[in-house]
Design a protein. Structure first.
Length: 359
């Protein structure tokens, strides 16, 4: 195992460890009470001890501290040795890494000055640390292919999202008035926004992300009936909501929680049901390109971007096929672009590295 592989394994280990600690520290078994001691001058209650909130076990702080020290060193070294600073600062992974690292130090600085319910509000903004999962795309080629697939499917996903949102508004209005046409003393749809929440019964985005969102959203407002006592408990709700089941055993009670639940339901529809054919088609295209690229010499390997592949699918592939059948001369520069098109669409027609184009 080379030095780069060792660093890669360590980086993945700290990413997974930080995410696990972030979720587990919200579980009741891993939290300790936050005690408020008040001294009084009266004879009946000279000393009043009150449990105002709970905080995570100190062990989680030390684990996250070590992890963030690694992330800070890694980010600083990558910034120090990057070839172009402007390109480095525009990459989404680096921006997420910087914000997530800064959020830990800000939370650490405010931890000693903020207590009680205010601490839960501050911890809400630490959700950005979950986005470190996107760093795993740098270490796994399969995740890179999947990311390229979603980039290539961006227009189709936006179109589908528009029609889904249109249907939600229409059916929310329909359910609102349908429940008021007949006499119904148990009507729960008191307004169209409530109907929107009910129609958003279906699912999306990320189980861990929405579990954390619903956990903190239910704690920001005063909610004595809060059922989301930890992020691991919220995982159950997120999975059931994203799978379009919705047992109803755990439901948000605050308006902010309903908003999070609606977003979770909407994203589930978009990611699971509607864009499956488009995503599968684009994934097959990028997978064929990656398979053909792995057979080329290292000097000729290059991953084409979605905007480079899509225009070539019909036009350049047809030109390359016609030239191969008629044995016309193909310039080396043009042949490299044809190779990218053939790699993505028709890998069986790809020229071998040793093929003579001047035949």
């Amino acid at each position: 195992m080379t030095h780069l592989q060792v660093i890669s394994v360590i980086s993945v280990f700290f990413v997974i460890t930080s995410i696990i600690c972030f979720c587990l520290k919200t579980h009741p078994n891993f939290r300790i009470p936050d005690i408020d001691i008040e001294l009084r001058n009266d004879s009946t209650h000279a000393l009043l001890v009150t449990k105002i909130a709970t905080r995570a076990h100190p062990a989680f702080f030390y684990i996250e501290f070590v992890s963030n020290i690694w992330f800070t060193m890694e980010l600083f070294i990558r910034f120090l040795f990057c070839p172009k600073i402007s390109q480095f600062t525009r990459q989404a992974v680096n921006i997420i890494d910087l914000i997530a690292t800064l959020s830990f130090y800000i939370d650490w600085a405010l931890d000693r000055t903020i207590t009680g319910a205010n601490r839960d509000t501050v911890e809400f903004f630490s959700i950005i640390r979950i986005l470190r999962l996107f760093k795993l795309t740098q270490h796994f080629s399969g995740l890179k292919i999947l990311f390229q697939t979603f980039r290539a499917s961006a227009q189709e996903l936006l179109l589908l999202a528009f029609f889904v949102l249109l249907g939600i508004v229409i059916f929310a209005a329909l359910i609102y008035y349908a429940e008021r046409v007949e006499t119904n003393p148990d009507n729960q749809f008191h307004s169209i926004p409530v109907g929107l929440w009910c129609e958003c019964f279906f699912v999306l985005l990320g189980i861990v992300i929405f579990a954390a969102l619903i956990y903190y959203a239910e704690r920001v407002e005063t909610n004595p009936d809060n059922q989301f006592h930890s992020i691991p408990v919220g995982l159950w709700w997120a999975i059931i909501t994203m799978c379009t089941i919705g047992f109803g055993d755990m439901v948000p009670k605050t308006y902010l929680g309903m908003l999070v639940g609606s977003l979770c339901a909407l994203m589930g529809v978009l990611t699971i049901a509607l864009p499956v054919p488009v995503i599968v088609s684009n994934f097959a295209m990028f997978y064929s390109h990656a398979q053909a690229r792995s057979k080329l010499p290292k000097k000729r390997r290059r991953i084409l971007q979605p905007h480079e592949i899509k225009p070539m699918v019909g036009r350049l592939a047809s030109i390359a096929l016609f030239n191969s059948l008629t044995h016309k001369n193909v310039s080396p520069i043009h042949s490299s672009h044809l190779l990218g098109a053939l790699t993505a669409t028709t890998p069986l027609l790809m020229y071998p590295p040793t093929t003579d184009f001047t035949a």
